[in-house]
Design a binder for this molecule. Structure first.
Ligand SMILES: [Zn+2]
Length: 282
């Protein structure tokens, strides 16, 4: 069933687990996430980047909503990393459950102003908003941020940001990076702890692919209730597509089913790691 993002995240934070927000691009991605979530009895989020929406438009949101409504587990549909107010509005009108208003590239005061404006519109439509403070380095869908531009989240600013904007969730940078880690990851858990003590909204960690299991569990114990997962699932998808389509003969439906099956492997691993399995009250 379709569920609000705020409810999914708050329940996760209260009960010491986290929700997997999986970036999907199409039907196959959505089916891989929903089939796995149903099998593992896990609440889950379908997450769309603006680059996927640029292709699928509002019918892609409608499809995700319809699939979420039919699912036997709670599902929210979320717009990921969007700095563009017009795209955010389109997604809101299209029936998205929540949006990530990404003003992380702006100076603090402007980020607050941008996020506050999005929250005001979203609240009137019962839509959740995730803000981001600090900036991750790395690469996501062709958008690259060099390491020198990385900015860790300052705990005092986090408190100010959440109070002034009214966001429902906060994405933080504590050393996590988008895409592949070029050196062993180092997360600043003291920083995360301090932020979690100051801020009551659920925290979000992007750049989860490539983080060791111990770091994921420690993050959850310090208030992280949502992990964004893109790279691992996407790369399984593309590997399966290449493998099947290099066979001498194949049908398109075999490619589709093969890709759905391949994506379910990392999705299952993440759901079990986040501890969101077996959380559905009968
Ligand atoms: Zn991200």
């Amino acid at each position: 069933m379709l569920e609000s993002t705020a409810k999914l995240l708050q329940e996760a934070r209260n009960n010491g687990y986290a929700i997997g927000a999986f970036n999907i691009y199409n039907l196959e991605g959505a089916l891989a996430v929903l089939r796995t979530a149903e099998r593992l009895q896990s609440p889950v989020m379908l997450q769309l980047l603006p680059s996927a929406l640029a292709i699928g438009g509002s019918p892609l949101i409608s499809y995700c909503r319809a699939a979420a409504s039919e699912a036997r587990v709670p599902v929210a549909v979320h717009l990921d990393h969007c700095p563009d107010e017009q795209v955010i509005e389109m997604a809101m009108r299209g029936g998205i459950s929540s949006v990530m208003a990404d003003g992380s590239y702006l100076p603090l005061a402007e980020n607050i102003e941008f996020s506050r404006k999005v929250v005001a519109k979203a609240k009137a439509m019962n839509i959740g908003v995730e803000g981001e403070l600090g900036r991750l380095s790395g690469e996501e869908d062709g958008i690259a941020t060099p390491e020198a531009m990385e900015k860790m989240t300052a705990p005092e600013e986090a408190l100010q940001f959440v109070d002034k904007t009214g966001v429902d969730a906060l994405a933080v940078c504590i050393g996590n990076v988008h895409g592949k880690y070029r050196k062993p990851p180092e997360l600043d858990f003291e920083r995360l702890k301090t932020i979690a003590e100051k801020v009551t909204v659920p925290l979000v960690l992007h750049g989860t692919s490539g983080l060791p299991d111990t770091m994921i569990r420690e993050s959850i114990s310090h208030g992280v209730a949502k992990f964004n997962v893109n790279t691992e699932v996407r790369s399984r998808y593309m590997t399966a597509m290449k493998e099947i389509s290099s066979r001498q003969s194949f049908e398109l439906v075999e490619v589709m089913e093969g890709c759905i099956a391949a994506m379910q492997v990392p999705i299952e691993q993440k759901i079990l790691l986040f501890g969101s399995n077996e959380r559905i009250k009968q």
